[in-house]
Design a protein around this ligand. Structure first.
Ligand code: NAD
Length: 422
């Protein structure tokens, strides 16, 4: 196999996802045929989503559902509503889900879905119609044994409730296990909405112990103040870490003495943004990434740390709360600068772990306590972190490459055992 380098990469998200796959395959000496199969998504569905707007006019949105691999089990992955989302991005995100499920040892393959729309410009009724029509269009490939959606950027438990209801109406009976991230009242799991941020912080705790960073005396900056960013910031704050900067899509805030994430959230809920929070200074999102701190958690969107700003990042440890926030070139620069990066497929896997718990609970109609969910989540994340760290030490590779190696070996083993149909 030719030597894989990132010299010619353009910073494209799908290209980066494939690049890490190549690197891991090279390290493992993986068969070319398996690599060839894994570079292509198994199934890609593009659908038109026509809905009637509140003003009576018809608008047609475009939606996707991509299943990358089903080698380990039914596909699993979130649904994103975003004006800039495209098919390539969804393919890359579906691929990441395959590796993420494999890293944390849950029996799912990878998928992702999206609708190109701006939810901020839609009324609740319009958003409900977009969700219901999109789900009915992709209903031919989803289901509890086939592909189980979940929340992602701009989708939430209410959207998941509409997903569950639409699929149930099409089936003629209630099918709660078709989707995870549902409200508790209709079969959601305790601890699901906090799971991703909690998982991020479990990996940070373990990494800090190994890197001899005293978390109780450390400082952190968090980009994105949504589900993942807020819970990460709050969990870090609860552990005594000083959260000096946070941001949302409008910009960020900085306070050397540390911010209280709960107070910032209350302010954001009132005003629509974290900016202008009292006793803090407004900063840009670019400034946030370059904040003087020990720990950086990018928890917004992909391609935030690039070859341009990576040389100026000050943090010693980065945990990827978001999927793909660091480009491949930036990743190499950070490695060269000995900045430890906990990769997305490990750092933010807490969400899919508890989604798996929700699916299991739904199929068994037997629900666990919040303590049980968190105990099992912690155990799985920490076990996976230790396995990845051991591979990193054994092979002298980055944590990202080690995580990809663990995941790829697991998926490849399943493919070898199952054989190539027909
Ligand atoms: P969310 O919609 O709840 O929050 C996103 C946050 O990012 C918001 O605060 C938004 O204002 C902010 N944001 C958007 N654009 C920004 C920009 N350019 N700069 C700074 N901030 C910006 O979404 P989420 O569920 O928290 O997801 C965030 C990331 O985490 C995504 O990459 C998602 O794929 C990933 N992720 C989410 C989960 C989950 O369980 N929700 C699981 C794994 C990975």
């Amino acid at each position: 196999m030719a030597q894989v380098t990132c010299d010619t990469l353009t910073g494209d998200f799908l290209e980066a996802a494939t690049h890490y796959l190549d690197l891991a395959a090279q390290q493992l000496g993986l068969e070319k045929d398996i690599l060839k199969i894994l570079k292509e998504p198994k199934r890609t569905l593009t659908v038109a989503v026509p809905i009637r707007l509140d003003n009576g006019k018809v608008e047609v949105f475009r939606g996707f559902r991509v299943q990358h691999s089903l080698a380990l089990g039914p596909a699993k992955g979130g649904i994103r509503f975003h004006p800039d989302v495209n098919l390539e991005e969804v393919v890359a995100l579906a691929m990441l889900m395959t590796w993420k499920c494999a890293v944390v040892d849950i029996p799912f393959g990878g998928a992702k879905g999206a609708v190109i729309c701006n939810p901020k410009e839609l009324t609740d009724a319009e958003l409900e119609r977009v969700t219901r029509r999109y789900i009915s269009e992709i209903s031919i490939i989803i289901g509890p044994e086939k592909d189980i959606p979940a929340p992602d950027v701009n989708t939430n438990p209410q959207v998941m409730a509409w997903v569950m209801d639409t699929f149930s109406m099409l089936s003629g009976f209630s099918v709660p296990s078709v989707v995870t991230g549902k409200p508790l009242e209709i079969g959601g799991s305790l601890g699901r909405s906090e799971a991703t941020g909690r998982g991020v912080v479990f990996t940070i705790e373990d990494a800090c112990a190994r890197l001899k960073i005293n978390l109780a005396a450390a400082t952190a900056a968090v980009q994105g103040f949504g589900n993942v960013g807020y819970v990460s910031a709050k969990s870090l704050h609860d552990l005594g870490c000083r959260v000096v900067a946070v941001s949302d899509s409008r910009g960020g805030i900085y306070c050397e003495q540390g911010l209280n994430p709960e107070e910032v959230l209350a302010f954001k809920n009132k005003t629509g943004s974290v900016q202008d929070f009292p006793d803090a200074r407004n900063i840009s999102n670019e400034d946030l990434l370059l904040t003087e701190c020990d720990i950086l958690v990018p928890a917004a969107l992909e391609n935030q740390i690039t070859a341009k700003n990576a040389p100026s990042v000050k943090a010693r440890l980065i945990a990827e709360g978001a999927n793909g926030p660091i480009t491949a070139q930036a990743d190499r620069i950070l490695n060269e600068r000995a900045i430890t990066v906990i990769p997305d497929i490990l750092a933010n896997a807490g969400g899919v772990v508890v989604s798996y718990f929700e699916w299991v609970q739904g199929l068994q109609h037997f629900f666990w306590s919040g303590d049980e969910v968190n105990r099992q989540l912690r155990r799985r994340i920490i076990e996976s972190f230790r396995r990845v760290w051991a591979i990193k030490e054994e092979h002298g590779v980055s944590l990202r490459l080690a995580a990809y190696m663990l995941a790829l070996e697991k998926v490849a083993t399943a493919m070898r055992l199952r054989g190539l149909y027909p």
